[in-house]
Write a protein that binds this ligand. Structure first.
Ligand code: FE2
Length: 380
């Protein structure tokens, strides 16, 4: 998270664009490799002269905040050619990279443990705290790499995604959202655990209903709708499990307007863990839908998520979630409906599927181009 955010606030500038007052974001060395300006140094008139008289061999990086906002587009445009090459490389890059492989391995390990030690335990009483802690640690460790997790959720989805994988995804997303909302320490751990167990009750639902292709009958749907209550009762048998974990499980299908289940409670009555888990749960389902059925762009998924959430999900949590997820898209390569490839320069949080794009050295604000849409996003 820290590294990704750090990168987002840095911009490369051409030597001709260096001005007094900008703040350097890298060390600059002279021709002999001797450092003569450090990261964080505010550029003075003298430094500007030195740099222009003797241009350094390495790229000059500047903290974005120190550049006048009006200057940013022209700086970006100047670097358009280089960006284009970068984009091309990104679009042909093969996923996953090594960090991504580590994340995948952790998620696989967590899903296997969840399956064997927790969901398939002969009795809830046999679920041991050691296994729960191991899985929670794996998830919390993985969720540190927010950018990788988002890439994982958005890009790599297999058709055989199981209840266990879904549970781990929801747990990863809940843990990240919890962090963005300021949860730390034990409260973050308990939230992660509750999210991991949110669909535990589904182990008691007949598989033929659970995996039925096509529409469920109303009887079948009412059986599925029992899973939060079943999970809650199973967790009641475990005396070391906190009420917060149980309530997150019981209430994750409740809605802000009272239209959810099993209790039909509203707003402030819904436990805050359940509100977070609900967002993660729906987002994971929508993303899976995109891959399996509808072929929607990730930005369209966010747009639907935002719209569907109105009155149903907690507004503050949803906005925080969308804001962070869209942040990660800035700088990503995209393919457009007109066949061009480009890069997202700025997301508009009030019009999520229509960002400002740089393509073929030109800026295109998709809010004013109803004829062009983003087809796919390639996370860095
Ligand atoms: Fe559920």
């Amino acid at each position: 998270m820290a590294v990704d955010n750090h990168k987002k606030h840095i911009i490369e500038v051409d030597i001709d664009d260096i001005h007094e007052g900008m703040v350097l974001a890298n060390e600059i060395s002279d021709g002999n490799g001797v450092k003569f300006i450090g990261d964080g140094v505010k550029i003075s008139k003298l430094i500007v002269k030195k740099l222009k008289d003797n241009p350094p061999s390495q790229n000059i990086l500047i903290y974005k905040k120190s550049i006048h906002p009006q200057k940013i587009p022209s700086i970006i445009a100047k670097n358009a050619q280089r960006l284009k090459i970068e984009m091309k490389n990104l679009c042909t890059a093969t996923y996953p990279d090594s960090d991504f492989k580590k994340l995948e391995a952790s998620v696989d390990a967590a899903a296997n443990m969840l399956k064997n030690k927790i969901f398939n335990a002969d009795s809830a009483k046999l679920i041991n705290i050691k296994s729960l802690n191991q899985i929670t640690d794996l998830i919390q460790g993985s969720s540190q790499r927010d950018g990788q997790v988002i890439k994982y959720i958005m890009k790599i989805r297999k058709k055989d995604d199981s209840l266990y994988k879904h549970s781990i995804n929801v747990s990863l997303l809940s843990c990240m959202l919890g962090k963005w909302l300021g949860y730390r320490g034990d409260s973050l751990k308990i939230l992660t655990r509750s999210a991991m167990l949110h669909d535990l009750g589904k182990v008691k639902v007949d598989e033929s209903i659970l995996h039925k292709p096509g529409k469920l009958s109303s009887d079948e749907f009412s059986i599925i709708k029992k899973h939060p209550e079943i999970g809650y009762k199973m967790l009641k048998e475990i005396n070391y499990m906190s009420d917060d974990v149980r309530l997150g499980v019981l209430l994750h299908h409740e809605k802000e307007d009272g239209s959810g289940y099993p209790l039909g409670i509203k707003g402030a009555q819904i436990h805050h863990y359940a509100k977070i888990i609900a967002i993660a749960d729906i987002f994971d389902a929508l993303t899976a839908d995109r891959i399996y059925h509808s072929g929607l762009s990730p930005l369209r998924v966010l747009e639907i998520f935002e719209r569907e959430s109105f009155g149903k999900l907690d507004v503050k949590c949803t906005m925080e979630f969308i804001r962070h997820i869209s942040d990660f898209y800035e700088g990503c390569s995209v393919s457009l409906s007109n066949g061009l490839q480009g890069r997202i320069i700025k997301m508009h949080t009030n019009d999520i599927s229509k960002p400002l794009i740089l393509a073929e050295n030109k800026f295109m604000d998709l809010r004013t181009r109803s004829d062009i849409s983003v087809m796919d996003v390639f996370p860095d």
